[in-house]
Write a protein that binds this ligand. Structure first.
Ligand SMILES: N[C@@H](CCC(=O)N[C@@H](CS)C(=O)NCC(=O)O)C(=O)O
Length: 225
């Protein structure tokens, strides 16, 4: 299998299925497609049905959309328990993953994933308050039920879906409860996440569209190195 991904530092959607593939030790390789630079949209469109990443290629099967990729992997490798084993937990995990996929647009817009950066105080908290409240509620409920360290005890696809949120909270120093902070620590402590992070930190590319200083007009596009 091959997973087409975007720049690791910025591509939050790519991180999610990649974590599943890596954590569950599935056989795969990856290929980074640029999310910036001359002709990047055309290059992406030539490889992806939607012009977006991630895309999973398994022989002649091409799967796009993050949740569909995760479901494909869960279907192909049922023994790996990519979703929780218990049916009730599985339903809750899928609900949370779907909510993540469809929602939290304020947080995603105001606080782009940027693993190498540290931007405390730059996100307007009023804009993201409702999303942060819902995240606290959701994580708090599942962590209390399971006892942690992950939402359903062991790491599952639900955690992969929320991993980029954990990084956003850290990058922008967003306010969190102790429970949420411990969960973020657990995500950062996951060997698969550390592997992604290490590779992300080696990347030289800057994507202006995801740089908060560019978005908020503090610096001109093309000036971050
Ligand atoms: N709904 C898609 C979203 C994928 C997505 O937006 N990926 C970004 C990178 S993180 C992308 O490819 N952006 C390129 C573009 O929007 O042109 C999914 O679930 O996979």
């Amino acid at each position: 299998m091959k997973l087409l991904i975007g720049n690791r530092n910025y591509s939050s959607w790519s991180l999610r299925p990649w974590l599943v593939l890596r954590h569950f030790d599935l056989p795969f390789e990856d290929e980074v497609l640029m999310l910036s630079g001359e002709g990047w949209r055309e290059a992406l469109a030539a490889r992806s049905p939607t012009g977006k990443v991630p895309v999973l290629i398994d022989d002649d099967i091409v799967v796009h959309e993050t949740l569909a990729i995760i479901e494909y992997l869960a279907d192909k490798y049922p023994e790996k328990q990519i979703w929780p084993a218990d049916r009730r937990d599985r339903a809750l995990a899928r609900s949370a993953a779907s909510e993540m996929h469809a929602g939290f647009t304020a947080l995603r817009g105001a606080a782009p994933m940027n693993l190498r950066a540290s931007h405390p105080g730059k996100v307007d908290l009023d804009a993201v308050r409702a999303d942060l409240h819902r995240i606290e509620q959701l994580w708090g409920e599942f962590l209390a039920r399971s006892g942690g360290p992950f939402l359903f005890g062991e790491f599952t696809a639900a955690d992969a879906m929320f991993a980029p949120v954990a990084t956003r909270i850290r990058t922008y120093a967003l306010p969190t409860s102790d429970t949420a902070s411990a969960y973020i620590e657990a995500i950062y402590g996951l060997p698969a996440f550390q592997n992604w992070l290490t590779q992300a930190l080696r990347e030289p590319w800057v994507v202006d569209d995801d740089e908060i200083d560019v978005i908020q007009g503090r610096v001109a596009p093309g000036t971050i190195v």
